[in-house]
Each structure stands twice: as structure tokens, then as C-alpha cells.
Design a protein around this ligand. Structure first.
Ligand code: ADP
Length: 471
């Protein structure tokens, strides 16, 4: 269970990689160093050996005295920290060094084999050789004693290993302490890095669980990085906000619908009860039945709007787009509102080229225009004016519709809200019969066509609705 968490996985993986890398590196440095130290020692001993050869040959030629030779050899031994042996071996004994009776320091088990090699002309070097005589490990170097007449014997140098080993051990200690420090430092960095990566994921997991169980909170996942996890957190947050706002909208929607339905139902119920109980005089029946009829029309419109909205929101609404003559559509819409406009003596001017075409769903475009023009008529007083101006903007290949009225207007604060569901500016001021859904549906339909809608308005002066549809 524990190893399933991303944090532990990251931590263990990183640590293993870093630890093995550091271990391999340290081992490599340590081995290289010890190889180097022994190589230097070998060179030093061989060099001393050659020098000894020269001295011994000088003595052979009587160029220096025995005392001089001894003194020089002592100094050389001191400088190179080694014991120096010069062994003269005659021709016959060279074939079989075992026959030699070597005494003193040189009764070593390996020695005969090495001597055989040296006498055949090879240099011999042993990094670590146990000396029975000295009872310690030594570095051993042997070279042939070369004279003019050939090989006359061997020159052996034996140096205690302790100095070299202690140097190597010191360096090794240093290397491994450094390795440990490095591992601890990287472990700290890795720990925080793993935490940084896994913490937001854990946070999101908890938040997602809460969301799934229906728990509501405004807490967002806080991630400041710009990497994929940061982006994931951002997406998660916006998804959460989206869900929250959908949830809020849903409950507000239900509240509004219930409210908007209850009001007409209450009045219908009131009037019908009054008539049945005889509280309403038969001569008033007509008046109340008219109200009841209006309320049922309103209820039907509300139900239709809601159904329409649901259809748009579910994404099931399919547009049957075709090339349409704008003028025909406008004439149809204006015909249906003509009576009310005449009643309110609202004058209407239409500027629309006969040839202007638009690529849209006919029914939906009619509904868009009815919603907007109905509002213009509704919110414009007696003797007002409505101007409809449709122009082509070939540069953006759109057709622009402008519907301007000289009505009551909308305040700046409320302007951005009129496209929201159920939003009705100052309910007492808005005329009865509205649902607050009209402009919301209109906006959705226009956007479904790939168009845009906007509004400008001034309180008391009038309103202009502008929308564009692709040609
Ligand atoms: P409604 O069914 O109430 O008309 P809409 O969604 O069509 O709902 O409009 C929302 C609100 O915007 C309306 O209640 C109204 O107050 C305001 N409104 C819309 N068009 C106009 C306009 N031409 N002049 C003034 N106010 C308007």
C-alpha cells in the first residue's frame, strides 16, 4: 500500500539512481587513485633499481670504492624507503635459481619464481607481497642486473606497503565521506522535490473525492508551478468552478421556474375558486376568464422556453442551415408584430438590401428576430420608433443586424446581465408576460450559428441590439 504512493515511488527511484551513481563514481575514483599510487611507486623503485645497476657496474669497473658503493646504496634505500639487494648469480645457477642458497631477508616463497623471470631479462613488480621475514606486506620490485657481458644477477627492492596503504586509506575515507554527504544532500533535495510533485496530486485526489461525494467547498488546489502538474491543477480548479456554477445555476433555475409557475397558477386557482364559490359575479366572469387565459398563455410560453433551453443545453439541437433571403424573414417577423406596433403607434424603418443573404436555420433566425423585436416593441412607449438595419460585411463574411428602439433603455450595471437566464430588469418595471429566458435563448441560438450578440443602451433613450451571423 505504502509503495503505491507517487511520493514513495519517486523518492525510492531517485534515491536508488543517485546512490548507485555516487557509489560507482566513488569506487572508480578510489580504484584509479590506488592504481596511480602503485604505478608511481613501481616507477620510483625501477628508477632506483637502474641507478643501483649503474653504481654496481661502476664498482665492478673499479671506478668507485666499496665504501662509496655502500654509502650510495644506503642513501638510495633511505630515499626510496626500501631495502636494496644486489644478488650476483653465475651462469649455471641462472638456469636453476632454486639451487641457490639465499639467506638473510630473502627467504621468500615467491622469490624463486620471480628470480627466474628477472634472470631471463624481465622486470617484476608485485603490489602486495607478504614478506615472511619482515612479517608484513611489502611492495616488491626486481630488475635484471645488466652488465656488458649480459645478465649477471638481480637487483631487488622491497618497500613496506604501510605508507602507501595509509595514503590510499586516507583518500578512500575522504571519498566515501564526500559520497555520504552528497547522498544526504541529494536525499534532502529529492525528498522536497518528490513532495513538491506528489503533494498537489494528493491534494487533487482529496478534492476530487470530496467533489464526488457531493461535498461543497470554495477551496481550490494551490499549485504555483507552470509545469504539467500546475496545468492539471488549473484545469481541475476550473472544472470544479464549472461544476459549482452549474450546480448553482441548476438550483437557481429550479427556484426561478417554480416561482414563475406558482404566480400564474395561484391567480388561476384564486379566480377559478372565486367563480365556483360564487364570490365572483357572473357578469365579471369574462374579465377573470381573460386573465386566466393570459396566465395560461404565459405558462405555455414559459414551458416552451424551458423546453427550448433544455434542448439547446443538451446539445441535441440540430441546425438546418440554408441560404436565406434576409428580407423575406424580416417581413414575416414584422407581420406578426404589426398589430401591437400599430396599437402603440410605433413607427418602424427597415434598411435591408433585397439581395442580402444569410446562411442560417430559418426557424431559428425567425425566433431570434421575434425575441429581439418583441422586446423592442414591449419596452418602447407610445409613438416610439424602431429602426432595423441589416448590412453585409463581406470582409468578415458576416451579416450584421442592428435593432434600435427609443424605449426605456437599460442601465449600465444591468446591461451585461440581460442575456442571463431568468434575468429581468427590475421585475416591477419589466412588462408582464416575459420569462427572462428570451434573450438567453436568442444568444445561445446566435452562438450556435457561430455568430455574436451585443447590446448598447442608455436609460430613458433607447436600446440597440447588434448581432452578426455568418453569410
Ligand atoms: P423577458 O421575457 O423578460 O423580455 P428577455 O430575456 O427577453 O426576457 O429580456 C431580459 C430583460 O432585458 C427584460 O426583462 C428587460 O428588462 C430587458 N430588455 C430586453 N430588451 C429590452 C429593450 N429593448 N429595452 C429595454 N429593456 C430590455
Amino acid at each position: 500500500m505504502m509503495f503505491k504512493s507517487i511520493f514513495v515511488k519517486l523518492l525510492v527511484t531517485y534515491l536508488l539512481i543517485i546512490m548507485s551513481a555516487i557509489a560507482v563514481l566513488s569506487l572508480f575514483i578510489s580504484m584509479t587513485y590506488s592504481g596511480y599510487v602503485f604505478e608511481q611507486k613501481q616507477k620510483e623503485l625501477e628508477k632506483t633499481g637502474y641507478y643501483v645497476t649503474e653504481l654496481v657496474n661502476k664498482r665492478e669497473r673499479n671506478e668507485i670504492s666499496q665504501t662509496e658503493l655502500n654509502t650510495s646504496l644506503d642513501s638510495l634505500g633511505y630515499i626510496s624507503d626500501s631495502s636494496i639487494y644486489v644478488i650476483r648469480i653465475d651462469k649455471k645457477a641462472i638456469e636453476n635459481p632454486k639451487s641457490l642458497q639465499l639467506g638473510g631477508d630473502l627467504e621468500e616463497s615467491n622469490l624463486f619464481g620471480d628470480l627466474q623471470k628477472i634472470l631471463s631479462g624481465e622486470n617484476v613488480f608485485r603490489k602486495k607481497q607478504y614478506s615472511q621475514k619482515l612479517d608484513m606486506y611489502v611492495v616488491f620490485s626486481g630488475i635484471p642486473w645488466k652488465t656488458n657481458s649480459g645478465i649477471s644477477g638481480a637487483i631487488l627492492l622491497v618497500s613496506p606497503i604501510s605508507q602507501i596503504s595509509s595514503n590510499i586509506a586516507k583518500l578512500n575515507l575522504f571519498i566515501w565521506i564526500m559520497a555520504l554527504v552528497l547522498i544526504i544532500l541529494s536525499a534532502i533535495v529529492i525528498y522536497f522535490n518528490s513532495l513538491r510533485i506528489s503533494k498537489p496530486i494528493k491534494q487533487m485526489e482529496i478534492a476530487a473525492d470530496r467533489l464526488a461525494s457531493g461535498e461543497r467547498s470554495d477551496d481550490l488546489v494551490v499549485v504555483n508551478s507552470a509545469d504539467e502538474i500546475g496545468k492539471l491543477a488549473k484545469s481541475f480548479n476550473s472544472m470544479k468552478q464549472q461544476l459549482d456554477s452549474t450546480e448553482k445555476m441548476r438550483s437557481e433555475f429550479i427556484a426561478s421556474v417554480s416561482h414563475d409557475m406558482r404566480t400564474p397558477l395561484t391567480s388561476i386557482h384564486g379566480f377559478v375558486s372565486g367563480m365556483m364559490d360564487g364570490l365572483v359575479k357572473p357578469e365579471d366572469y369574462n374579465k377573470y376568464l381573460t386573465i386566466i387565459k393570459e396566465e395560461t398563455i404565459r405558462l405555455t410560453r414559459l414551458t416552451n422556453d424551458i423546453l427550448h433551453l433544455a434542448q439547446i443545453q443538451s446539445g441535441n439541437l440540430k441546425l438546418l442551415k440554408e441560404k436565406l433571403k434576409v428580407k423575406d424573414i424580416l417581413n414575416f417577423v414584422l407581420n406578426s408584430t404589426r398589430t401591437i406596433m400599430e396599437e402603440k403607434s410605433i413607427s418602424i424603418s427597415v434598411k435591408c438590401d433585397n439581395t442580402l443573404m444569410v446562411y442560417a436555420d430559418g426557424d431559428k433566425l425567425r425566433q431570434i428576430l421575434i425575441n429581439i423585436i418583441d422586446n423592442a416593441v414591449k419596452y418602447t412607449g407610445q409613438g416610439g420608433e424602431i429602426c432595423i438595419n441589416v448590412t453585409s460585411r463581406p470582409k468578415h463574411s458576416v451579416t450584421e443586424f442592428r435593432i434600435r428602439d427609443t424605449g426605456i433603455g437599460i442601465s449600465v450595471e444591468e446591461l451585461p446581465l440581460i442575456f442571463e437566464k431568468f434575468y429581468r430588469v427590475d421585475k416591477s418595471r419589466s412588462l408582464p408576460g416575459g420569462t427572462g429566458l428570451g434573450l438567453n435563448i436568442t444568444k445561445s441560438l446566435i452562438e450556435l450559428h457561430g455568430g455574436e450578440i451585443g447590446v448598447t443602451s442608455k436609460l430613458g433613450t433607447g436600446t440597440e441590439i447588434i448581432f452578426e451571423l455568418p453569410q
